[in-house]
Write a protein of this length. Structure first.
Length: 341
């Protein structure tokens, strides 16, 4: 029988369609060899890009060699120059498209999937993320920074394939983030505990959705995952802000992220995926008041969503999602895949 599951943070309901349950191999999307990526004059490789550098980590012993670089995105969605100028047009709210849209080139080598980067390289990527969030937090116009990645190995969907991420700084808090903030605050108001910390405790006890863990982080197949093999990575130590994470924890974070991405790649034939890093918004206005519990109730985390199924009319119309892969089965499958870090 199908099962409805409620996400404990945002309250979203998901249908775990056990009667439509699929085996992992049934979800694999085959890509023709003609459409699998090659070099194809990649602009992001070393000595081929002419991007303006915002910040980078470089090899000082080799001229012009970078390890990781943040640069303004050329086809940006938001502009850093100007004033927000929030105003009303009748019942509608409008503001200027102020913010920052940056690209993080994660390696100078032509490597497509973050899963194939060395741990040392992923450490450097997280260091650049931290540097950019700290810098952008100084801009009083900005409320939130989101870091996200879209990966596909299919050339028919993307003409340049190179391991990279996006940083988007916005003058508002995104709706999905607000839902998490509201849910976390409500849970804390009733239980006086962080909902994410409680998730970690319960999942460690049950051991049915844990795909991997180390001393500092845990990787879970989400209890109410919207998509097959949707994964959640959480720090075991409570912290609302990613950019306040201790840099010495980056190796543990890199190891568990690489482990999860490798398991998805090896087990599901290198699927396309999206990844989002959720951190707390900047503390200004009401979020800075003594009555705010944000530091206690929110917990930064990473969501990874493989693109194995298609979202259709029912999902868009109802707000429900249909997941044909029980999260427990997904975790068991991924846990049994051997990876080398």
């Amino acid at each position: 029988m199908p099962e409805l599951r409620r996400d404990p943070v945002v309250g979203r309901w998901v249908i775990i369609s056990k009667e439509r349950s699929k085996r992992p191999k049934d979800l694999i999307v085959e890509i023709s060899e003609d459409n699998r990526s090659g070099y194809h004059d990649c602009d992001f490789c070393q000595n081929r890009q002419d991007y303006k550098e915002i910040v980078s980590i470089r090899d000082v012993s080799v001229k012009d060699k970078f390890y990781v670089m943040a640069t303004p995105r050329k086809n940006h969605l938001l502009c850093i120059e100007g004033d927000v100028n929030r105003r009303g047009k009748g019942l509608y709210d409008v503001m200027e498209g102020i913010g920052a849209h940056e690209l993080v080139i994660e390696t100078p080598e032509h490597i497509l999937n973050m899963a194939d980067l060395a741990l040392e390289q992923i450490d450097k990527v997280f260091s650049v993320f931290m540097m950019r969030i700290k810098e952008l937090s100084q801009d009083e116009r900005l409320k939130y920074v989101m870091i996200y990645k879209n990966y596909t190995p299919d050339l028919s969907k993307n003409t340049i394939l190179h391991s990279r991420s996006n940083i988007m700084a916005m003058p508002v808090n995104p709706k999905r983030v607000k839902e998490k903030l509201i849910g976390a605050k409500a849970y804390y108001g009733y239980h006086e505990r962080c909902v994410f910390c409680d998730i970690i405790r319960q999942e460690k006890e049950m051991q049915v959705r844990v795909a991997d863990e180390n001393d500092d982080f845990i990787a879970l197949s989400s209890f109410a995952g919207r998509f097959p093999f949707e994964m959640l990575i959480l720090p075991k130590e409570h912290n609302a802000d990613f950019h306040r994470c201790l840099p010495e924890k980056f190796r543990s974070l890199s190891a568990i992220l690489k482990s999860v991405l490798q398991r998805l790649k090896l087990g599901l034939n290198d699927p396309a995926y999206s990844m989002v890093l959720f951190s707390a918004p900047f503390r200004r206005g009401h979020l800075r008041k003594p009555t705010s519990t944000l530091d206690l109730d929110f917990h930064w985390h990473i969501e990874i969503m493989p693109q194995l199924t298609r979202t259709a009319g029912f999902e868009w119309g109802s707000g429900f999602y249909i997941n044909p892969m029980p999260p427990e089965d997904a975790a068991k499958f991924l846990k049994n895949i051997e990876v080398k870090l």
